[in-house]
Design a protein around this ligand. Structure first.
Ligand code: HEM
Length: 280
């Protein structure tokens, strides 16, 4: 699966190590643990005043897959899943045991698996990180059995969504819209090819497949200054036809998108050239 990580080196090392162990199956043999949990519920540990599909964070902790635990559950964005099917990952000796019995949504995209990092709050995450949250949310929905909700940040005591859940879902929608806008922008301003070498320095150039955008025009390199971003990126710009967004029938200068106010020419590069050397 496509996993995004912004974690620190030690977290990644940790995961890479376990990733390796998963593949080789060595961790089972090395650690010698056997996965097991009681089949029956110990009612003294669970309050039965509320519908069964609501868990306090403390109740959820009882489902960490340990020897005397009630099962193997985890929560993501307030929704509780039975992850028995993935016991090899989440059981106490598994590489992702820290996700069991809790809602640690934030850590899935920060890679911070410390106690401070294993939290459910997703406030302040970037669009890219919220896309990661969305992917994990879809993953758990499709791969595991949904068994309830955690009462707390994302669901209230009656199991109704909280403002925090609505905010998180809105942030996901915003991230999706941002991704769509970026994809649209790439069609109009495909990224340039680029290379760098110590002897020759940098070079950017356009071709009819640059930036992964297959097209029937090549374009010329320009610096594209996107609103809200300080650093420009290299874009290949169409040099004939109407500007994007206007139809062929409206009067135009036949200069494609060359007159977009978001663009600047590369210094010491002919405006018509399909390739530009970058000054050091
Ligand atoms: C933020 C970083 C990461 C997070 C949050 C994460 C999380 C997870 C989770 C939750 C699973 C279990 C999925 C399931 O229920 O089936 C998993 C599986 C796995 N992860 Fe990661 N992971 C991360 C990074 C990595 C990296 C860098 C590697 C590279 C070696 C890796 C290798 C694996 C492997 C090999 C599996 C097992 C796949 C399978 O059995 O199908 N993970 N990961």
């Amino acid at each position: 699966m496509n996993i995004k990580s912004t974690g620190n080196i030690s977290s990644i090392t940790f995961i890479v190590m376990f990733g390796f162990l998963f593949y080789t199956g060595l961790h089972e043999g090395l650690l010698g643990f056997t996965y097991c949990f009681a089949d029956t519920l110990d009612s003294s540990k669970i309050s039965n005043k509320r519908p069964v599909d609501l868990f306090t964070p403390e109740e959820l902790q009882l489902y960490d897959g340990g020897l005397d635990s009630k099962g193997l559950y985890l929560a993501f964005l307030g929704k509780v899943y039975d992850v028995r099917e993935g016991a090899q990952h989440y059981k106490p000796s598994g590489g992702y045991s820290f996700f069991a019995g809790r809602d640690a949504t934030r850590a899935y995209v920060t890679g911070d698996f410390s106690d401070e990092g294993l939290i459910d709050d997703v406030k302040g995450l970037s669009n890219e990180e919220m896309m990661g949250i969305n992917n994990w949310m879809e993953f758990y929905d499709s791969e595991y059995v949904y068994v309830g909700k955690v009462v707390g940040r994302y669901y209230d005591k009656d199991g109704h969504p909280t403002q925090a859940l609505q905010d998180a879902l809105a942030a996901i929608e915003k991230a999706k819209a941002n991704k769509r806008d970026e994809a649209e922008e790439k069609q109009i301003f495909p990224p340039c090819n680029s290379e760098w070498s110590a002897e020759k320095g940098g070079r950017v150039w356009c071709s009819n497949k640059s930036g992964g955008i297959d097209r029937n025009w090549i374009g010329v390199p320009r610096k594209l200054y996107r609103p809200g971003e300080t650093e420009p990126r290299c874009a290949c710009v169409r040099t004939s036809g109407p500007p994007s967004g206007s139809s062929d029938t409206t009067e135009h200068e036949n200069r494609g998108d060359l007159d977009s106010p978001l663009l600047k020419e590369y210094p010491n590069c002919s405006p018509e050239s399909v390739t530009c050397s970058l000054s050091p």
